[in-house]
Design a protein around this ligand. Sequence first.
Ligand SMILES: [Fe+2]
Length: 244
Amino acid sequence: MRNKSLFLVLPVLFILSVGAQEPTEPMPVEQEKQAAPELAPAEQKAQETPEITPAQPAPGQQEPKEMEITSIKKEESPVKEEGTNMKSVNIGLPEATLKSSIEMLKKLQADEYVLYTKTLKFHWNVTQNLNFKALHAFFLEQYEQLLTFTDDVAERIRALGGEAPGTQTEFLKLTRLKEEPGVVPSAQDMIKKLLDDHEAIIRSIREDISATAKIDDMGTNNFLSDLITKHEKTAWMLRASVEK
Ligand SMILES: [Fe+2]
């Protein structure tokens, strides 16, 4: 009985040990073809192509960071990086000329807007014994005009393919004029301050007229030549109102 058991168990153990140690016989080609599903040529090529692992940084070398990748992407569109969503316009001016005029006009637009708010504040807060009504109306006329100037400059920027600024934050960053928060000057000082700002804008526009002539942006040149005369007229009226 014992011998009979050994006779049955030993071959089983032999088969198990051989199966664990030796690799399985390769499947006949015909059988393998049947077992593996047919692949499309592209899939076959992909299977044949060895897998490429990303290059590992050398010891001591830092891995590129996400921030660096972002900055590389931004460099591809420098206009957007500056926050100027410039549109392509085909009006016979090179992009550099358009960009230069747009940047110049954005500063002017900010100056116009800051002077508009200053004049509006003076319209609200002016006090004077005999001349209150006249000054209140005088300042009203001027802030309405300055709002129109701001709008005109913004639309000129758009005509050149630029994006006009439209927030207080942008205006304060771009303007060359100074605001005086919490200060309410006398009526005469209001007039002087407005005159100073109009004259400052006139000087800036005069420089811009020369600059646009040099870069052959005659449309902007004409626009500025028209605008300067309007500021000069307002400056004259303010000058005439200053007490001697
Ligand atoms: Fe008013």
